[in-house]
Write a protein that binds this ligand. Structure first.
Ligand code: NDP
Ligand code: 2IT
Length: 450
């Protein structure tokens, strides 16, 4: 058994129930095989055995009182995975599906993603099984305050800097920051995604979606293609999806779909962005309302999706932007997309494609941007927020946007070069995993056995 296989099988034995973590682990380690076999130094320093185990994993109780006076208890997590390249950095997810497995897969991915940004950030992730949906503003605030009552002792602007993810946006970051400041008596850049009036960076809100489109643009340009005039399918209707749609319009493309946990809309006239923002960002309502207001749109609820498929991916398109959640695009969806002529997939969400779907996209040689590269614009702009906080400066929207574009193009160039090294130029999964891993492994070797 090879070194890589030994590490995979040891994790499978120890964590048989961590299906998401094992999925991410297998994908990453399989692509590292060729790199590892050429470099025995990694085995000598037990780099893989160390990489797959978080440096620190915190699980904690989050008690809070709802509006009826009832005491509720949720589970909180922060997994500080790897600090070889910098302080732990990664978002917080509030969603009922959150458990240790989900946070561990996200934290593991984050190590290599942050490495690709070339900024000084290690990998971490956290969250809770708390569901902000249907909760009052006061309930969300009390929950965030209780979550921070424990988290504050573990984080710091040179230690661990959380941010948003599913269910955690500007509102939640505000409540979390307020409680951190109260407990620590410090106004630090300890969270990113802050309000722009009090330490946040311009473009952070837009960064993941914009970055995912910049990444698609870079992949297509390398083949003499562009997004202009092209029909695109986007899934999700949260932070990443909304700003993906905004940037697609800016580049002359036509995004025609969006989805949420209840269903999807297909608007052949192109998604009405202002209406989408009003429904999802302001009123936090269901997408079904979009189709009630805009008559050109067709709404399909999840219960009406074709068996085992996501209806978003059955709409013919030139480029697809999965931007909702993990495993939202399976092998049947991938086959449908390819059959309909899709030539580009840029992953806004983390691990949105199943392993089979990923393999099919790689084999088909279309432009396929894996999550840790394509959605790195969010955390990269968090890094830019940290830089502004540390130097007490404020950059303009255009300055940050230009840096984001440069970072996304840099990631593409970096991972393409590594893929070329292995004579597999279009395999950006291979390129991203090896390019991200090399820097982390080098730093771990330099820093000794810690
Ligand atoms: P939001 O909470 O803003 O939006 C999430 C969207 O996905 C919502 O439309 C939500 O529907 C939908 N969704 C969530 N879970 C499911 C599910 N199980 N099935 C179907 N739809 C679902 O989150 P973000 O936009 O921030 O995050 C989306 C993805 O992007 C995640 O994978 C996240 O990890 C990733 N990401 C986010 C970054 C960021 O900066 N925010 C950075 C990099 C990656 P509903 O409205 O019904 O809840
Ligand atoms: O998955 C991700 O990269 C994020 N949710 C953003 C993390 C961050 O620290 O900005």
């Amino acid at each position: 058994m090879s070194y890589v296989e030994q590490v995979i099988s040891s994790c499978e034995e120890k964590f048989p129930h961590q299906v998401y973590f094992l999925q991410a682990l297998r994908e990453i380690l399989e692509s590292l095989k060729v790199e590892i076999s050429h470099n025995p130094i990694y085995e000598k320093y037990a780099i893989l055995e160390r990489l797959v185990v978080p440096e620190r994993s915190i699980a904690f109780r989050v008690p809070w009182v709802d509006d009826c006076g009832r005491v509720r208890v949720n589970q909180g997590y922060r997994i500080e995975f790897n600090s070889a390249l910098g302080p732990y950095k990664g978002g917080l997810r509030f969603h009922p599906s959150v458990n240790e497995d989900v946070i561990k897969f996200l934290g593991f991915e984050q190590i290599l993603k942050n490495s690709l940004t070339t900024l000084r950030m290690g990998g971490g992730k956290g969250g809770s099984d708390f569901d902000p949906k249907g909760k009052s503003e006061n309930e969300v605030m009390r929950f965030c305050q209780s979550f921070m009552n424990e988290l504050y002792r573990h984080i710091g602007d040179h230690t661990d800097i959380p941010a948003g993810d599913i269910g955690v946006g500007g509102r939640e970051v505000g409540f979390l920051f307020g409680q951190y400041k109260r407990l620590s008596n410090r106004f630090d850049g300890v969270l990113t995604g802050k309000g722009v009036e009090w330490g946040g960076s311009l473009v952070r809100k837009e960064a993941t979606g914009y970055g995912s489109v910049y990444f698609a643009q870079a992949m297509l340009e390398a083949e003499g293609k562009s997004l202009e005039g092209k029909v695109c399918c986007v899934s999700g209707s949260g932070n990443v999806a909304i700003y993906t749609i905004e940037k697609l319009y800016a580049l002359g493309a036509k995004p025609v779909t969006a989805s949420d946990s209840k269903g999807m809309i297909y608007d052949q006239e192109g998604i009405d962005l202002e209406l989408l923002k009003e429904i999802k960002e302001v009123r936090r309502a269901s997408l079904e309302e979009y189709a009630q207001i805009k008559k050109s749109a067709i709404y399909t609820s999840v219960s009406e999706y074709p068996q085992g498929q996501n209806a978003v991916w059955s709409v013919p398109c030139f480029a697809a932007f999965p931007s909702a959640t993990q495993n939202e695009l399976n092998i049947l969806d991938a086959q449908t997309l390819l059959k309909n002529g899709c030539q580009c997939v840029s992953e806004g969400a983390n691990m949105p494609c199943t392993q089979e779907a990923t393999n099919l996209f790689v084999d088909s040689k279309i432009c396929y941007g894996p999550a840790k590269a394509a959605n790195a614009g969010g955390v990269a702009t968090s890094g830019l927020e940290m830089m502004q906080n540390a130097s007490m400066s404020i950059w303009t929207f255009d300055e940050v946007d230009a840096k984001l574009l440069k970072i996304m193009r840099g990631i593409f160039a970096q991972i393409k070069a590594v893929a070329q090294e292995f004579n597999d130029e279009k395999n950006l999964v291979l390129g991203a995993n090896i390019a991200g891993f090399r820097k982390v492994a080098k730093a771990m070797i330099d820093q000794g056995v810690v």
